[in-house]
Design a binder for this molecule. Structure first.
Ligand SMILES: Cc1ncc(COP(=O)(O)O)c(C=O)c1O
Length: 399
Protein backbone atom coordinates (compact mmCIF):
# COMPACT_ATOMS: atom_id res chain seq x y z
CA UNK A 1 0.00 0.00 0.00
CA UNK A 2 1.29 3.42 -1.03
CA UNK A 3 0.63 5.04 2.34
CA UNK A 4 4.27 4.18 3.05
CA UNK A 5 5.41 6.57 0.32
CA UNK A 6 8.15 8.90 1.57
CA UNK A 7 7.06 12.44 1.21
CA UNK A 8 9.66 14.77 -0.26
CA UNK A 9 9.53 17.69 2.09
CA UNK A 10 10.85 20.66 0.18
CA UNK A 11 8.62 23.71 0.54
CA UNK A 12 5.23 22.82 -0.81
CA UNK A 13 3.93 26.25 -1.38
CA UNK A 14 3.03 28.45 -4.26
CA UNK A 15 6.31 29.85 -5.58
CA UNK A 16 4.83 33.34 -5.63
CA UNK A 17 4.20 34.17 -2.00
CA UNK A 18 4.59 31.02 0.06
CA UNK A 19 0.82 30.56 0.10
CA UNK A 20 -0.82 27.17 -0.10
CA UNK A 21 -2.18 26.11 -3.47
CA UNK A 22 -5.96 26.35 -3.67
CA UNK A 23 -7.19 23.07 -5.15
CA UNK A 24 -10.65 24.54 -5.28
CA UNK A 25 -13.06 25.70 -7.97
CA UNK A 26 -12.41 29.36 -7.24
CA UNK A 27 -11.29 31.58 -5.73
CA UNK A 28 -8.19 29.81 -6.96
CA UNK A 29 -4.43 30.21 -7.07
CA UNK A 30 -3.63 33.18 -9.29
CA UNK A 31 -0.42 34.29 -10.98
CA UNK A 32 1.82 36.78 -9.22
CA UNK A 33 1.34 39.25 -12.09
CA UNK A 34 -2.45 39.03 -11.60
CA UNK A 35 -2.08 39.97 -7.93
CA UNK A 36 0.41 42.67 -8.86
CA UNK A 37 -2.06 44.26 -11.28
CA UNK A 38 -4.15 45.26 -8.25
CA UNK A 39 -1.46 47.54 -6.82
CA UNK A 40 -2.82 50.62 -8.56
CA UNK A 41 -5.98 52.63 -8.06
CA UNK A 42 -8.25 53.54 -10.95
CA UNK A 43 -10.94 56.18 -11.29
CA UNK A 44 -14.14 54.38 -12.19
CA UNK A 45 -15.24 56.89 -14.83
CA UNK A 46 -11.77 57.81 -16.05
CA UNK A 47 -10.95 57.07 -19.69
CA UNK A 48 -8.20 54.59 -18.76
CA UNK A 49 -10.59 52.43 -16.80
CA UNK A 50 -13.26 52.73 -19.47
CA UNK A 51 -10.78 51.39 -22.04
CA UNK A 52 -9.93 48.54 -19.67
CA UNK A 53 -13.61 47.63 -19.46
CA UNK A 54 -14.05 47.69 -23.21
CA UNK A 55 -10.84 45.70 -23.79
CA UNK A 56 -12.07 43.10 -21.31
CA UNK A 57 -15.49 42.84 -22.99
CA UNK A 58 -13.85 42.46 -26.41
CA UNK A 59 -11.46 39.76 -25.19
CA UNK A 60 -14.23 37.79 -23.50
CA UNK A 61 -16.42 37.92 -26.59
CA UNK A 62 -13.52 36.63 -28.70
CA UNK A 63 -13.47 33.47 -26.57
CA UNK A 64 -16.95 32.57 -27.85
CA UNK A 65 -15.95 32.67 -31.55
CA UNK A 66 -18.59 35.33 -32.26
CA UNK A 67 -17.27 36.51 -35.64
CA UNK A 68 -20.68 37.73 -36.82
CA UNK A 69 -21.02 40.33 -34.07
CA UNK A 70 -24.27 38.81 -32.87
CA UNK A 71 -23.35 38.72 -29.18
CA UNK A 72 -22.26 41.19 -26.55
CA UNK A 73 -20.63 40.88 -23.16
CA UNK A 74 -22.07 42.50 -20.04
CA UNK A 75 -19.91 42.45 -16.91
CA UNK A 76 -21.89 42.51 -13.65
CA UNK A 77 -20.73 43.23 -10.09
CA UNK A 78 -21.04 40.43 -7.55
CA UNK A 79 -20.27 36.73 -7.40
CA UNK A 80 -21.39 34.09 -9.89
CA UNK A 81 -24.79 33.58 -8.25
CA UNK A 82 -25.58 37.28 -8.71
CA UNK A 83 -24.93 36.88 -12.43
CA UNK A 84 -27.05 33.71 -12.73
CA UNK A 85 -29.86 35.59 -11.03
CA UNK A 86 -29.30 38.60 -13.31
CA UNK A 87 -29.42 36.34 -16.38
CA UNK A 88 -32.61 34.52 -15.32
CA UNK A 89 -34.35 37.70 -14.21
CA UNK A 90 -33.45 39.58 -17.40
CA UNK A 91 -33.92 36.99 -20.15
CA UNK A 92 -36.91 35.00 -18.91
CA UNK A 93 -40.10 37.01 -19.42
CA UNK A 94 -42.35 37.30 -16.37
CA UNK A 95 -44.87 35.09 -18.11
CA UNK A 96 -42.14 32.67 -19.29
CA UNK A 97 -41.36 29.21 -17.91
CA UNK A 98 -37.95 27.62 -17.41
CA UNK A 99 -36.92 23.99 -17.58
CA UNK A 100 -34.09 23.70 -15.04
CA UNK A 101 -31.66 20.84 -15.69
CA UNK A 102 -30.12 19.87 -12.37
CA UNK A 103 -27.59 17.27 -11.35
CA UNK A 104 -26.12 18.89 -8.30
CA UNK A 105 -26.13 21.98 -6.11
CA UNK A 106 -25.80 24.62 -8.81
CA UNK A 107 -28.70 23.31 -10.88
CA UNK A 108 -30.78 23.26 -7.70
CA UNK A 109 -29.65 26.82 -6.94
CA UNK A 110 -30.92 27.91 -10.37
CA UNK A 111 -34.31 26.38 -9.44
CA UNK A 112 -34.21 28.20 -6.10
CA UNK A 113 -33.45 31.42 -7.94
CA UNK A 114 -36.57 30.90 -10.07
CA UNK A 115 -38.54 30.48 -6.85
CA UNK A 116 -37.22 33.79 -5.53
CA UNK A 117 -38.03 35.44 -8.85
CA UNK A 118 -41.56 34.10 -8.60
CA UNK A 119 -41.42 32.88 -12.19
CA UNK A 120 -42.61 29.52 -13.40
CA UNK A 121 -40.19 26.62 -13.74
CA UNK A 122 -40.06 22.88 -13.87
CA UNK A 123 -37.16 20.69 -12.83
CA UNK A 124 -35.39 17.63 -14.16
CA UNK A 125 -33.22 16.47 -11.24
CA UNK A 126 -30.73 13.71 -12.14
CA UNK A 127 -29.16 13.40 -8.67
CA UNK A 128 -25.37 13.48 -8.32
CA UNK A 129 -24.15 10.95 -10.83
CA UNK A 130 -25.87 11.42 -14.15
CA UNK A 131 -26.08 14.17 -16.76
CA UNK A 132 -29.35 15.41 -18.26
CA UNK A 133 -29.46 14.04 -21.82
CA UNK A 134 -30.72 15.57 -25.05
CA UNK A 135 -33.55 13.05 -25.54
CA UNK A 136 -35.05 13.64 -22.11
CA UNK A 137 -34.85 17.40 -22.61
CA UNK A 138 -36.66 16.99 -25.95
CA UNK A 139 -39.33 14.84 -24.28
CA UNK A 140 -39.83 17.36 -21.46
CA UNK A 141 -40.21 20.19 -23.99
CA UNK A 142 -42.72 18.17 -26.02
CA UNK A 143 -44.69 17.46 -22.86
CA UNK A 144 -44.94 21.11 -21.75
CA UNK A 145 -45.49 23.73 -24.46
CA UNK A 146 -45.45 26.48 -21.81
CA UNK A 147 -41.68 26.11 -21.37
CA UNK A 148 -39.90 29.01 -23.06
CA UNK A 149 -36.33 28.60 -21.76
CA UNK A 150 -33.98 25.88 -20.56
CA UNK A 151 -31.08 26.44 -18.16
CA UNK A 152 -28.20 23.97 -18.23
CA UNK A 153 -25.14 23.84 -15.99
CA UNK A 154 -22.03 23.35 -18.13
CA UNK A 155 -19.76 21.85 -15.48
CA UNK A 156 -21.78 20.96 -12.36
CA UNK A 157 -19.04 21.93 -9.93
CA UNK A 158 -20.60 20.13 -6.97
CA UNK A 159 -19.69 16.73 -8.43
CA UNK A 160 -17.35 17.85 -11.24
CA UNK A 161 -19.53 16.35 -13.96
CA UNK A 162 -19.16 17.86 -17.43
CA UNK A 163 -22.68 18.02 -18.81
CA UNK A 164 -23.32 17.37 -22.52
CA UNK A 165 -24.24 20.94 -23.40
CA UNK A 166 -23.94 20.45 -27.19
CA UNK A 167 -26.54 17.67 -27.17
CA UNK A 168 -28.82 19.67 -24.87
CA UNK A 169 -28.47 22.76 -27.09
CA UNK A 170 -29.46 20.75 -30.15
CA UNK A 171 -32.59 19.44 -28.45
CA UNK A 172 -33.57 22.90 -27.18
CA UNK A 173 -33.05 24.53 -30.57
CA UNK A 174 -34.90 21.74 -32.41
CA UNK A 175 -37.91 22.36 -30.17
CA UNK A 176 -37.80 26.12 -30.78
CA UNK A 177 -36.91 27.08 -27.20
CA UNK A 178 -34.07 29.19 -25.79
CA UNK A 179 -31.02 27.97 -23.93
CA UNK A 180 -29.28 29.74 -21.04
CA UNK A 181 -26.00 28.24 -19.84
CA UNK A 182 -24.34 28.50 -16.45
CA UNK A 183 -20.75 28.00 -17.57
CA UNK A 184 -19.37 29.43 -14.34
CA UNK A 185 -16.64 26.89 -13.74
CA UNK A 186 -16.01 25.83 -17.36
CA UNK A 187 -15.82 28.96 -19.51
CA UNK A 188 -12.28 29.68 -20.64
CA UNK A 189 -11.15 26.04 -20.39
CA UNK A 190 -14.00 24.15 -22.07
CA UNK A 191 -15.17 25.44 -25.45
CA UNK A 192 -18.56 27.14 -25.63
CA UNK A 193 -18.27 28.31 -29.23
CA UNK A 194 -21.37 30.05 -30.55
CA UNK A 195 -20.74 28.55 -33.99
CA UNK A 196 -20.96 25.02 -32.60
CA UNK A 197 -23.38 25.28 -29.73
CA UNK A 198 -26.61 27.25 -30.02
CA UNK A 199 -27.39 29.30 -26.91
CA UNK A 200 -28.93 32.68 -26.20
CA UNK A 201 -26.91 33.62 -23.13
CA UNK A 202 -24.23 32.27 -20.82
CA UNK A 203 -22.73 33.36 -17.56
CA UNK A 204 -19.35 32.93 -15.88
CA UNK A 205 -17.22 34.79 -13.34
CA UNK A 206 -13.80 36.34 -12.89
CA UNK A 207 -12.37 33.83 -10.44
CA UNK A 208 -12.71 30.59 -12.39
CA UNK A 209 -10.91 29.37 -15.51
CA UNK A 210 -9.66 32.76 -16.64
CA UNK A 211 -7.82 32.80 -13.29
CA UNK A 212 -8.74 36.25 -12.01
CA UNK A 213 -9.78 37.18 -8.48
CA UNK A 214 -13.39 37.31 -7.24
CA UNK A 215 -15.58 40.39 -7.54
CA UNK A 216 -17.65 40.25 -10.69
CA UNK A 217 -19.08 37.97 -13.34
CA UNK A 218 -20.15 38.46 -16.92
CA UNK A 219 -23.06 37.56 -19.13
CA UNK A 220 -22.51 36.92 -22.82
CA UNK A 221 -25.76 37.07 -24.75
CA UNK A 222 -27.23 37.54 -28.19
CA UNK A 223 -27.83 41.22 -28.84
CA UNK A 224 -31.42 40.40 -29.83
CA UNK A 225 -31.97 38.89 -26.36
CA UNK A 226 -30.32 41.87 -24.71
CA UNK A 227 -32.68 44.21 -26.57
CA UNK A 228 -35.68 42.10 -25.63
CA UNK A 229 -34.66 42.12 -21.94
CA UNK A 230 -35.56 45.80 -21.53
CA UNK A 231 -37.87 46.36 -18.57
CA UNK A 232 -38.01 42.70 -17.57
CA UNK A 233 -35.69 42.50 -14.61
CA UNK A 234 -37.03 42.02 -11.11
CA UNK A 235 -34.03 43.91 -9.74
CA UNK A 236 -32.57 47.37 -10.24
CA UNK A 237 -28.95 46.39 -9.73
CA UNK A 238 -29.13 43.03 -11.53
CA UNK A 239 -30.80 44.38 -14.66
CA UNK A 240 -28.61 43.08 -17.51
CA UNK A 241 -30.28 45.25 -20.14
CA UNK A 242 -29.78 48.41 -18.11
CA UNK A 243 -26.12 47.60 -17.42
CA UNK A 244 -25.57 46.82 -21.10
CA UNK A 245 -27.30 49.96 -22.39
CA UNK A 246 -25.45 52.18 -19.90
CA UNK A 247 -22.09 50.60 -20.65
CA UNK A 248 -22.57 50.94 -24.39
CA UNK A 249 -23.59 54.57 -24.02
CA UNK A 250 -21.02 55.76 -21.48
CA UNK A 251 -18.30 53.09 -21.39
CA UNK A 252 -18.94 52.91 -17.63
CA UNK A 253 -20.43 50.41 -15.24
CA UNK A 254 -23.78 51.55 -13.84
CA UNK A 255 -22.71 51.40 -10.20
CA UNK A 256 -19.27 51.26 -8.52
CA UNK A 257 -17.15 48.74 -10.44
CA UNK A 258 -14.58 46.47 -8.75
CA UNK A 259 -11.74 48.42 -10.37
CA UNK A 260 -8.81 46.42 -8.99
CA UNK A 261 -10.52 43.14 -9.84
CA UNK A 262 -11.02 44.29 -13.42
CA UNK A 263 -7.33 45.26 -13.67
CA UNK A 264 -6.35 41.82 -12.37
CA UNK A 265 -8.77 40.14 -14.73
CA UNK A 266 -7.33 41.92 -17.76
CA UNK A 267 -3.89 40.64 -16.84
CA UNK A 268 -5.39 37.16 -16.40
CA UNK A 269 -6.96 37.42 -19.87
CA UNK A 270 -3.58 38.35 -21.38
CA UNK A 271 -2.06 35.28 -19.76
CA UNK A 272 -4.95 33.15 -20.95
CA UNK A 273 -4.27 34.28 -24.51
CA UNK A 274 -0.52 33.64 -24.13
CA UNK A 275 -1.27 30.10 -22.98
CA UNK A 276 -3.19 29.39 -26.18
CA UNK A 277 -6.67 30.52 -25.20
CA UNK A 278 -9.40 28.03 -24.38
CA UNK A 279 -7.51 25.16 -26.04
CA UNK A 280 -4.25 25.77 -24.21
CA UNK A 281 -5.91 26.33 -20.85
CA UNK A 282 -8.12 23.28 -21.29
CA UNK A 283 -5.09 21.14 -22.17
CA UNK A 284 -3.22 22.10 -18.98
CA UNK A 285 -6.24 21.45 -16.78
CA UNK A 286 -6.87 18.10 -18.50
CA UNK A 287 -3.28 17.06 -17.84
CA UNK A 288 -3.64 18.23 -14.22
CA UNK A 289 -6.72 16.06 -13.83
CA UNK A 290 -5.21 13.02 -15.52
CA UNK A 291 -2.04 13.07 -13.42
CA UNK A 292 -3.93 13.71 -10.18
CA UNK A 293 -6.69 11.13 -10.78
CA UNK A 294 -4.21 8.42 -11.82
CA UNK A 295 -2.12 9.07 -8.69
CA UNK A 296 -5.12 9.13 -6.35
CA UNK A 297 -6.48 5.92 -7.85
CA UNK A 298 -3.08 4.33 -7.24
CA UNK A 299 -3.57 5.17 -3.57
CA UNK A 300 -6.94 3.38 -3.61
CA UNK A 301 -9.19 6.47 -3.87
CA UNK A 302 -12.22 6.11 -6.14
CA UNK A 303 -13.80 8.88 -8.18
CA UNK A 304 -17.53 9.45 -7.89
CA UNK A 305 -17.84 9.56 -11.66
CA UNK A 306 -16.70 7.31 -14.47
CA UNK A 307 -14.02 8.69 -16.82
CA UNK A 308 -16.59 9.67 -19.44
CA UNK A 309 -18.08 12.43 -17.30
CA UNK A 310 -14.99 13.64 -15.42
CA UNK A 311 -14.41 17.33 -16.09
CA UNK A 312 -10.96 18.90 -16.24
CA UNK A 313 -12.21 21.37 -13.60
CA UNK A 314 -12.70 19.48 -10.34
CA UNK A 315 -12.91 15.84 -9.30
CA UNK A 316 -14.97 14.28 -6.51
CA UNK A 317 -13.52 11.36 -4.54
CA UNK A 318 -15.36 9.17 -2.06
CA UNK A 319 -14.05 9.41 1.50
CA UNK A 320 -12.11 6.27 2.41
CA UNK A 321 -14.03 3.74 4.52
CA UNK A 322 -11.11 3.19 6.94
CA UNK A 323 -12.09 3.89 10.57
CA UNK A 324 -9.11 6.24 11.08
CA UNK A 325 -10.11 8.50 8.19
CA UNK A 326 -11.69 11.82 9.14
CA UNK A 327 -12.03 14.49 6.49
CA UNK A 328 -11.28 17.41 8.82
CA UNK A 329 -7.95 15.90 9.83
CA UNK A 330 -7.09 14.96 6.26
CA UNK A 331 -7.87 18.57 5.27
CA UNK A 332 -5.51 19.96 7.95
CA UNK A 333 -2.74 17.53 7.06
CA UNK A 334 -3.02 18.47 3.39
CA UNK A 335 -3.02 22.15 4.31
CA UNK A 336 0.15 21.68 6.39
CA UNK A 337 1.77 20.41 3.21
CA UNK A 338 0.68 23.41 1.16
CA UNK A 339 -2.58 22.22 -0.40
CA UNK A 340 -6.09 23.39 0.36
CA UNK A 341 -8.61 20.83 -0.84
CA UNK A 342 -12.38 21.18 -0.88
CA UNK A 343 -15.12 19.41 1.06
CA UNK A 344 -17.68 17.39 -0.87
CA UNK A 345 -21.04 18.82 -1.83
CA UNK A 346 -23.02 15.67 -2.56
CA UNK A 347 -26.44 14.89 -1.26
CA UNK A 348 -25.97 11.19 -0.44
CA UNK A 349 -22.37 10.06 0.23
CA UNK A 350 -19.34 11.46 2.05
CA UNK A 351 -16.82 12.86 -0.36
CA UNK A 352 -14.19 15.52 -0.96
CA UNK A 353 -13.06 17.38 -4.04
CA UNK A 354 -9.76 18.29 -5.63
CA UNK A 355 -9.71 21.12 -8.14
CA UNK A 356 -7.55 21.09 -11.26
CA UNK A 357 -7.85 24.78 -12.14
CA UNK A 358 -5.68 27.76 -11.23
CA UNK A 359 -1.98 28.51 -11.55
CA UNK A 360 -0.60 25.00 -11.25
CA UNK A 361 0.59 22.26 -13.52
CA UNK A 362 1.12 18.50 -13.50
CA UNK A 363 4.26 18.79 -11.33
CA UNK A 364 2.17 20.38 -8.61
CA UNK A 365 -0.45 17.66 -9.06
CA UNK A 366 2.18 14.98 -8.46
CA UNK A 367 3.02 16.68 -5.19
CA UNK A 368 -0.67 16.76 -4.30
CA UNK A 369 -0.78 12.98 -4.66
CA UNK A 370 2.39 12.61 -2.55
CA UNK A 371 0.85 14.84 0.08
CA UNK A 372 -2.33 12.71 0.09
CA UNK A 373 -0.26 9.54 0.46
CA UNK A 374 1.70 10.96 3.34
CA UNK A 375 -1.38 12.39 5.05
CA UNK A 376 -3.05 8.96 4.93
CA UNK A 377 0.08 7.48 6.43
CA UNK A 378 0.03 10.05 9.26
CA UNK A 379 -3.61 9.19 9.98
CA UNK A 380 -2.85 5.46 10.09
CA UNK A 381 -5.07 4.80 7.08
CA UNK A 382 -3.63 1.96 5.07
CA UNK A 383 -6.20 1.91 2.33
CA UNK A 384 -8.16 4.72 0.70
CA UNK A 385 -10.86 2.39 -0.61
CA UNK A 386 -14.40 3.79 -0.16
CA UNK A 387 -17.21 1.99 1.65
CA UNK A 388 -18.64 -0.89 -0.37
CA UNK A 389 -22.08 0.72 -0.04
CA UNK A 390 -20.90 3.88 -1.85
CA UNK A 391 -19.55 1.80 -4.71
CA UNK A 392 -22.74 -0.25 -4.87
CA UNK A 393 -24.84 2.90 -5.02
CA UNK A 394 -22.59 4.35 -7.73
CA UNK A 395 -22.95 1.17 -9.77
CA UNK A 396 -26.73 1.19 -9.33
CA UNK A 397 -27.29 4.86 -10.12
CA UNK A 398 -24.80 5.19 -12.93
CA UNK A 399 -26.00 2.04 -14.70
C1 LIG B 1 -21.61 26.05 -11.92
C2 LIG B 1 -21.67 27.12 -10.87
N1 LIG B 1 -22.72 27.94 -10.84
C3 LIG B 1 -22.83 28.92 -9.92
C4 LIG B 1 -21.84 29.11 -8.98
C5 LIG B 1 -22.01 30.19 -7.95
O1 LIG B 1 -20.98 31.11 -8.00
P1 LIG B 1 -20.61 31.97 -6.69
O2 LIG B 1 -20.23 31.01 -5.63
O3 LIG B 1 -19.45 32.79 -7.20
O4 LIG B 1 -21.79 32.78 -6.34
C6 LIG B 1 -20.72 28.28 -8.97
C7 LIG B 1 -19.65 28.44 -7.96
O5 LIG B 1 -18.69 27.70 -7.89
C8 LIG B 1 -20.63 27.27 -9.95
O6 LIG B 1 -19.58 26.44 -9.98
Amino acid sequence: MRAETKFAAEPLASPALGEPYLLTPGPLTTAYSVKQAMLRDWGSWDGDFRSMTSDMRRRLLALTGDTKDEFDCVPMQGSGSFCVEAMLGSFVPREGKVLVLANGAYGLRAAQTMQYLGRAYTLIDKGDYLPPRGDEVAAALDADPAITHVIAIHCETSSGILNPVAEIAEAVHAKGRKLLVDSMSAFGAVALDVNEIRYEAMVSSANKCIEGVPGFGFIIARKSELEAAKGRSHSLSLDVHAQWAHMNKTGQWRYTPPTHVVAAFLEALRQHEAEGGVTGRGARYTRNRDVMVAGMRDLGFETLLGDRWLSPIIVTFFNPAHANFAFDRFYELMKDKGFIIYPGKLTAVDSFRVGCIGQMDEHVMRRVVEAAAFSLHEMGVDTAAPPAAALAERAKLAA
